[in-house]
Structures are given as C-alpha cells and as structure tokens.
Design a binder for this molecule. Structure first.
Ligand SMILES: O=C(O)c1cc(=O)[nH]c(=O)n1[C@@H]1O[C@H](COP(=O)(O)O)[C@@H](O)[C@H]1O
Length: 280
C-alpha cells in the first residue's frame, strides 16, 4: 500500500512548494482561450491546464462543478484530468464539497476517496455542515485507502461569516469546532494527519486557531478573490506551515499559451517560497 495522504502531501510540498493550482474551467475562460464552449473545448482547456499545472504545483484542485456543467461528457473529461495530473507528478484534490447524512456520505466516499474509488483522486473537499459526525465514516475509509479529506471550516466567501462565526454553547465559533474535530482525527499522526481544513485566505487573522490541527490547511481566495501573499503571512504566520494557498482563475487567465501559464504558476510558487519580492 502507498504512504498515507498526509505523508504523500508532505513529500510533494517538500519537492515543489505549497501552491495548490486550481482547474476551474469557467465558460468565460474557455472562450478567452479561443476554444468552443462544448465538451471538446472543455477537454482541450482542462487537459492543457492539467499537464502544465500538474508539472509545476505540488497539488492540483479540479473544480468538479465546471465539468458537471457539461453533463456526462464533462465528467469523463474530469476523469482524464485526474490521470493527466498524476502523470505529470502532482497530487489531485477533487473539489466536490460533498456533505450529507452518514449513510449517503458512504456513497460519496465510494465515488471519491475510498479504496478502489470510482475517481482516483488523492483527496476530496467535504462539508461538515450536516454535523462533523456525518463525516466520521468518510474519514475512516479515506484513511484506510491512503487518501485524504479537506473539511470546510471558515470559507473565503462573504456570505459565510454569519454561520461560521456563530458561537456554540461552549463559546467556540462553529468554524473553530470544525477545526477541533479535524484535529482529533489527526492526533498523533506523522508527519501530519490526512484530515485537512479549508480556511479562506480572505479571512481576518486571529479568527481560527490552527495550532492543534496537525493537518494541512487549504487556503483558497488567494489571487482572484483578492488575498495576497502578505495576507497569507498575516493570517497563517511567516512560514505558512502546512498551508496550501489555492489559486484558480488568477493562474488560468494566463493561458492558452502553455509557456505563459507555466511561468505564471512558477512565479506564484516562487513568491510563496519567499524567493522573490511578494509583488504588491
Ligand atoms: O474548497 C474550496 O476549494 C473553496 C473554499 C472556499 O472557502 N472558497 C473557495 O473559493 N473555494 C474554491 O476555490 C476556488 C477559487 O477559485 P479562484 O477564486 O478562481 O481562485 C473555487 O473552485 C472555489 O469553489
């Protein structure tokens, strides 16, 4: 059996840095690459992006919604994207944000992260907002298969504030309770656990305490949603320990030229590694 997700992610980040490159084939982006708005255009867009970003970033996050929007043909393209990213040497975090009662979660788990799952991703995004316990079995079967989960805790969108900052009876915020539940699953794992959390790069510093998490933190909102490298440092600390800053549109707008897309991804990777000026 291959190493667990936490260990594979740590190795990939050590080799390539922490950038999580998103593949979000927005209709406007497909058209801006001069491609038709159909399954053939989606395929050329997404496979080109997968090849380039899969050879630059440590982990690539295809957003399933943009593939599902094209129907079964789009979903078939998503499957090829996963294979292409793997062939290029990166891990795949499939962004599906599933969340349901436990018995239904078992089917989503079989689709995405269990042993012999229908899609061969390394990890998937899930929502804990039917109660974190509804994800417990998914955590167990992902772990058994050597895969991971990223649980939404404090998301990057402004509509999330009221719900995720609300206080429980014990005084913790809802978002903090999600982080704490993930931490329980990760306790004692080395180099770190396989249950990540999502904390948007746009979130105000000090809102969420990640010190006990012992797992990866996906930080979308970096780039197109306005968060900068300086914001990441203010939020997560200077070394960005365990943090995977995620950017989709802000990278993809540099296509269709593969060289330009590769240079854009490398530039961001270098900024994150602190080898360049942070550029703002
Ligand atoms: O789970 C996610 O990836 C996610 C969580 C979150 O809090 N905010 C967020 O934007 N995302 C996803 O991250 C991507 C952001 O895309 P860009 O804004 O183009 O970089 C989209 O695929 C979103 O669905």
């Amino acid at each position: 059996m291959s190493a667990g997700f936490g260990a594979r992610l740590a190795a990939s980040v050590a080799a390539r840095g922490p950038l999580c490159a998103g593949i979000d084939p927005h209709p406007g982006l497909i058209e801006s690459w001069g491609l038709p708005l159909d399954v053939s255009g989606l395929e050329r867009f997404a496979l080109n992006a997968a090849e380039v970003l899969g050879s630059t970033a440590s982990i690539v996050k295809p957003q399933s919604a943009f593939f599902e929007a094209f129907g079964p043909g789009g979903v078939a393209v998503l499957e090829r994207v996963i294979d292409t990213v793997h062939d290029a040497g990166a891990l795949v975090l499939l962004d599906v944000k599933r969340g349901d009662i436990g018995s239904t979660m078992a089917a989503y788990t079989a689709a995405y992260v269990a042993e012999k799952a229908a899609f061969t991703a390394d990890a998937a995004t899930v929502s804990p907002y039917l109660g974190f316990g509804s994800l417990d079995a998914a955590v167990a079967s992902a772990r058994e298969a050597g895969n991971g989960l990223f649980v939404l805790a404090r998301t990057s969108n402004p509509e999330a504030h009221a719900l995720q900052r609300a206080r429980l009876e014990d005084g913790r915020t809802v978002a903090q309770s999600v982080v704490d539940a993930a931490a329980e699953h990760n306790a004692g794992m080395e180099p770190h656990g396989d249950v990540g959390v999502v904390v948007g790069a746009t979130v105000a510093p000090g809102e969420v305490d990640l010190t006990r998490l012992n797992g990866p933190v996906l930080a979308p909102g970096f780039g197109a949603q306005g968060a900068t490298v300086a914001d990441l440092h203010a939020l997560f600390g200077p070394g960005l320990p365990g943090v995977l800053p995620a950017s989709s549109r802000d990278l993809l707008r540099h296509g269709p030229d593969s060289g330009a897309l590769r240079r854009a991804a490398q530039r961001v990777a270098d900024q994150l590694a602190g080898t360049r000026e942070s550029g703002h």
